[in-house]
Design a protein around this ligand. Structure first.
Ligand SMILES: [Zn+2]
Length: 276
């Protein structure tokens, strides 16, 4: 794994175990929301972004509408008299976004998201947008696939990419009901190219620990998807017809608690395979 990262700009890191509560890079810090589940791993990672010494801070993915978590995020963001300049959403799924309105109320900050329905305020998040806030530059990379409205957020100064649910800290991501596998494969290939150009040395996911080998991780995701597609083709050839039958056949190695989500992935794979 380390071979891929050797030439990349991996920032200095400190804090407890990677990717969980309290993990920080020079400009990003993680606060873990208390919503663990088979789908959310340890819970949702809320990220605070700021240039050291900046009088303001950006919050990415407030997480669920959990008053304790949101008050903790607010307190951490406001430490030293800072104000929250913006709240950004990697996508509109509720485990990332449900707390946005309450955090906006606590902080007075606008909420920016790719999906107009998830915004509070006039500004969205579109591919190529460069957000300058909290002394940092954040570049928006459209990442449709897990959901139609997913974006990744590049923090060039740290060589870090906030991936939302496009890449998870452990295991692999699913294609949600509002996602698309063809889009997802194109997104993964684009992110792999970004990682290959050494713009990214660290992935900061929406769930689970951080990943220090972006190129290797993205290669793994792409090969995993290719493998799953082959398995779906084989399962069909062996007589499986419905998504549930296919899941039971090919996800035997996966916690049954995530089978319903896997079924969405299989539906996405069938759609992809049956596209003209
Ligand atoms: Zn999601």
């Amino acid at each position: 794994m380390a071979g891929h990262a050797a030439g990349n700009r991996v920032p200095a890191v400190s804090g407890p175990a990677p990717g969980i509560d309290g993990f920080r890079t020079p400009r990003a810090a993680c606060l873990l929301a208390p919503n663990p589940s088979p789908m959310t791993l340890e819970g949702t990672n809320t990220w605070l972004i700021a240039e050291p010494g900046s009088p303001s801070v950006v919050v990415v993915d407030p997480g669920p509408d959990d008053e304790g978590h949101l008050r903790r995020v607010h307190a951490a963001a406001a430490a030293g008299g800072r104000r929250v300049a913006k709240i950004l959403l990697t996508h509109g799924h509720l485990d990332h976004s449900a707390g946005a309105a309450r955090l906006a109320e606590l902080t007075g900050a606008p909420v920016q998201a790719a999906d107009p329905a998830a915004r509070l305020g006039p500004e969205g998040l579109a591919d190529g947008d460069v957000i300058t806030a909290a002394g940092c530059e954040v570049r928006v990379v459209a990442a449709p696939g897990h959901s139609a409205d997913s974006v990744c957020l590049l923090l060039p100064a740290d060589g870090a990419l906030l991936t939302g649910d496009t890449v998870l800290g452990r295991g692999t991501a699913v294609i949600a009901a509002d996602g698309n596998l063809g889009d997802y494969l194109r997104t993964l290939a684009r992110l792999r190219d970004l990682a290959g150009e050494r713009e990214i040395g660290l992935l900061l996911p929406g769930h689970g620990p951080v990943l220090a080998d972006p190129a290797g991780t993205l290669e793994y995701y792409l090969s995993h998807r290719a493998e799953r597609l082959d398995q779906v083709r084989s399962a069909r050839a062996a007589g499986a017809r419905t998504p549930a039958e296919i899941v039971a056949m090919i996800y035997a190695d996966v916690d049954p608690a995530v089978w319903p989500a896997a079924e969405w992935s299989v539906r996405a794979q069938l759609d992809y395979l049956d596209e003209p």
